[in-house]
Design a binder for this molecule. Sequence first.
Ligand code: ATP
Length: 241
Amino acid sequence: MTADALLRVEGVSAGYRDMTVLHGVTFAARAGTVTAVAGANGAGKTTLLKTVLGLLPAVAGTVLLDGAPVTRAPVAERIALGMGLVPEGRGLFGTMSVADNLRLGGRAAGVRGAALRAAVDAALAPFPDLAAKLNVPAGRLSGGQRQMLALARALVPGPRLLLLDEPSMGLAPKVWSELLVLIRRLADEGRSVVLAEQKIRPVLEISDRCVVLQRGRVVYAADAGSEAAERHIDSAYLETA
Ligand code: ATP
């Protein structure tokens, strides 16, 4: 599994100042797949995604993209190499238009001019609803449309690895189901999607692999559809219930 993985996380520990949150986390994610990261509130899902992108330093272990270590690379370099993050809460600029939010996503990654226009068009392709609202301020969109905009913005620089943090937040179940179908399609087009969620069940249905975190440790990293995955998820969540 790990030999040709796009992302490999090997023995990574990370956290905040005097608190280590992740303890020796190891897993791999291939291109063309969805990896669900499950764990109760505070298990370390957000910390893991931030450490993969470089927003937080790994104090031990290695993050590899295409087999090359990026553990010490700054965020901008990891983005240039093909990583993209949709943060928890989406991080959109509410008073800026849909189009401006998308352009910003490209500019922040160094995409300019004609290449930026082409990249914005390409990122909008999976989201026809958004393409019809280019001049609408992001803050006026529905929750589902805002999440689509956050996804589209992350797609502008053309990431091969898409890190999604709690994308279901604030969405009605029906909208969330529709978004999951779209997310699966983004993976089927060849990207690797790593999706962290607390309410993991619907995510498992579109996932190939599942990583279960319990108090910052991986207790399961294998097939998403197995009975073992179910068991580990049950016990990881029960502990904090
Ligand atoms: P949630 O589902 O609530 O988002 P999570 O699994 O994403 O949870 P993290 O946000 O990674 O968990 O948090 C893991 C631990 O790190 C928690 O104990 C949390 O209180 C702590 N933590 C998170 N952010 C910070 C921070 N900026 N400074 C200090 N501690 C933090």
